[in-house]
Design a protein around this ligand. Structure first.
Ligand code: BEZ
Length: 180
C-alpha cells in the first residue's frame, strides 16, 4: 500500500561556502525531510542513477525545461532524488547545467528504502538503487503517485514514461480543470 507521508530522514548534503579557501569550497550540511517538504507543494522524482542516459538526456533536462509550467500549476519546488552521494549529485547538476531543479542526495538509500522503492541493480553493478517513480507531495503528504511499471530487482529494462514531467504536468492540469 502506498504510504501517505514521506519518511523522516536526514540527508547529508554538500553546500558551497565562500569562506572556505582552497579548491573545494564546500562543507557538509544536514538537511531533513522537513527542510525539503514542510509547507510546500513539490514534485519529487527519483531515478536509478546520476549520469545515466535516460535520466541525463530526457527526465532531468525535461523537468528543468518545464519547471515554470509546474510553477504555474502550483508547484513550489521540483526535487530530483537518487541513491547517490552529495558529491555525485552536485557534479551531475553542474555537468547538466541545472539551475531550477534541486537535488537530494540519498546516498545511504534510507529515504528510498523507507518509501519502499529500493531495488537491487546488481545486474548493472549498481548495488541498491531507486526504482523510477515520482510524486506530488504537499506539506509532506503524498498527493499523487507516478510509479513506472514492473517494480523488480535486477530488472533488465528501464521503463520510463509514467514518471516523465510531461505525464505529471498533464495530470496536474487535468485535475485542475476537473476541479474548476
Ligand atoms: C538510464 O537512465 O538510461 C539508465 C538507468 C539505469 C540503468 C541504466 C540506464
Amino acid at each position: 500500500m502506498l504510504r501517505k507521508r514521506v519518511p523522516d530522514v536526514t540527508f547529508r548534503t554538500r553546500v558551497r561556502d565562500e569562506s572556505i579557501e582552497g579548491p573545494n569550497p564546500y562543507r557538509w550540511e544536514n538537511k531533513t525531510t522537513a527542510d525539503y517538504f514542510s509547507g510546500k507543494r513539490v514534485v519529487l522524482f527519483s531515478l536509478p542513477g546520476a549520469f545515466t542516459p535516460t535520466c541525463s538526456n530526457y527526465q532531468l533536462p525535461d523537468f528543468e525545461k518545464l519547471h515554470d509550467e509546474f510553477k504555474a500549476e502550483g508547484i513550489d519546488e521540483i526535487y530530483c532524488i537518487s541513491v547517490n552521494d552529495a558529491f555525485v549529485m552536485n557534479a551531475w547538476a553542474r555537468h547538466q547545467g541545472i539551475e531550477k531543479i534541486k537535488f537530494i542526495p540519498d546516498g545511504s538509500g534510507e529515504f528510498t528504502r523507507k518509501m519502499g522503492m529500493l531495488v537491487a541493480k546488481d545486474n548493472l553493478g549498481f548495488g541498491m538503487r531507486s526504482w523510477r517513480y515520482a510524486a506530488v507531495v504537499n506539506d509532506g503528504m503524498i498527493e499523487q503517485w507516478f510509479e513506472e511499471e514492473g517494480f523488480a530487482d535486477n530488472c533488465e529494462t528501464d521503463p520510463y514514461g509514467v514518471s516523465s514531467p510531461q505525464n505529471i504536468l498533464e495530470n496536474l492540469r487535468a485535475r485542475e480543470s476537473a476541479a474548476a
